[in-house]
Design a protein around this ligand. Structure first.
Ligand SMILES: Cc1ncc(COP(=O)(O)O)c(C=O)c1O
Length: 407
């Protein structure tokens, strides 16, 4: 199906609807995107109402809209609303899923080289405390996940395949649909960290065929900080054990027993920030109105352009490899620490971030990288912004060269 590109006029409209774009060039969308004004206003207005009418009273008034957040998320990832739990961030979502699995000593977990630090700590912890064994499937030399090696790594002991769709500090995208087919064929549980992908790439849990998927709100979804969600496939709800349960998670409780809710809300706690829940709903609605397939198309175009311009600067090395690249662009600048580049660009109101080794440890170690500059584009960024950043980098390198080799 032909994707209708986001037009320049639409980009201008989205920028006009995002206060932050008038202040800075924001290339830290993989850290936390600039939220649309409607998201910020929703949160602020809700808090103001709470202050006047009371927290519980305001919640009662917005009950329907708050509930609608589940339906919007379900639409976004092609799930059922009963399969969504709202949590504070992707780490909580991932932790609830992973730690809820009933591992036996000797069970094996297959992972990729793109895993985030939370996940790596989770694997190490489970190795120590539950006797599991982790097997890493490395990408091939071209930077592509090796499906053949995955199949070879599967054994009768494989309990889980856990992969990260898009890593924190690399541009590559994992073939989650193909991995899902293999997981299903071998009847292995499948957990996907979609923290960097939801809102950037169309994510369809039925197509991926995953059992669990963890997501954060503040990155490519442009939702407020402190939001996130976990998807758990209906049929495996009972396979994920809970370690902490409050009254919200149960449908009944007596002095002798309790019964968990039939849906994924059993993974939530009662007390949460309703204002940002509503903000998350608005952000999801905003993305759905644009169309994530269109967002993905523009993000890729901008990232290709950024990589092309960076590659043309003497002294800049772009690190991203793999056939399928996303909006996260990582690079190094000769003679500069990544943090120095971040600070220099910040002086010009350009936000980039530093990708430290620990955030994608296996991959970074493999390529002997300690830190990289991470410039992550979103659909509301423009070609002009990319050129401005690249001009600043060129100027910086020229200034250093003239200081080292004065004419
Ligand atoms: C790939 C990936 N997974 C998980 C996380 C953790 O997300 P959160 O900070 O929302 O817990 C991050 C955060 O940067 C990430 O990049």
């Amino acid at each position: 199906m032909q994707i209708k590109s986001i037009t320049d006029q639409e980009v201008q409209q989205y920028r006009a609807e995002t206060r932050g774009t008038t202040q800075r060039i924001h290339f830290n969308n993989a850290g936390s995107s600039l939220p649309p004004d409607v998201v910020v206003d929703t949160v602020v207005n809700y808090l103001k109402e709470e202050a006047i009418y009371g927290g519980y009273e305001t919640e009662a008034k917005y009950k329907e809209q708050l509930n609608n957040t589940y339906s919007l998320i379900a639409r976004l990832i092609n799930a059922d609303k009963d399969e969504i739990a709202l949590v504070e961030n992707a780490s909580s979502a991932w932790g609830i899923a992973f730690n809820g699995i009933e591992f036996k000593p000797g069970d094996e977990v297959i992972i990729s080289e793109m895993e985030y630090v939370t996940n790596i700590i989770g694997f190490l912890n489970a190795e120590k405390t539950r006797g599991i064994k982790t097997r890493i499937v490395y990408n091939d030399e071209q930077g592509n996940f090796d499906l053949k090696t995955l199949v070879e790594a599967i054994s009768a002991k494989t309990k889980l395949i856990a992969v990260t769709h898009i890593a924190s500090t690399t541009g590559g995208v994992m073939p989650v649909v193909e991995i899902g087919k293999i997981a299903r064929k071998h009847n292995i549980l499948y957990l996907v960290d979609a923290c960097q992908s939801v809102g950037q790439v169309p994510v369809d849990v039925k197509e991926i065929d995953c059992d669990m998927l963890s997501v954060t709100g503040r990155k490519y979804l442009r939702a407020p900080r402190g939001t996130g969600f976990l998807y758990v496939r209906k049929h495996i709800l009972d396979k994920i054990k809970l370690s902490f349960i409050d009254g919200f998670a149960v449908k009944s409780v007596s002095q002798d027993e309790f019964k968990l809710k039939d849906d994924a809300r059993r993974f939530e706690l009662y007390e949460k920030n309703r204002a940002i829940t509503l903000g998350l709903g608005k952000a999801v609605e905003y993305a759905l109105n644009i169309g994530v397939d269109r967002i993905w198309h523009r993000v890729q175009q901008l990232a290709i352009l950024m990589r092309r311009h960076l590659n043309n600067i003497d002294g800049v090395t772009v690190h991203d490899i793999g056939d399928q690249q996303c909006g996260i662009v990582t690079f190094s600048v000769s003679g500069f620490e990544a943090v120095a580049i971040k600070n220099k660009l910040a002086e010009k109101q350009i936000n980039v971030s530093v990708g430290l080794a620990q955030s994608t440890l296996i991959y970074m170690d493999k390529y002997h990288l300690t830190s990289v500059v991470r410039a992550s584009v979103h659909y509301y960024n423009t070609e002009e912004e990319i050129l401005l950043m690249c001009n600043e980098l060129t100027l910086l390198l020229k200034t250093v060269a003239s200081e080292v080799y004065p004419k």
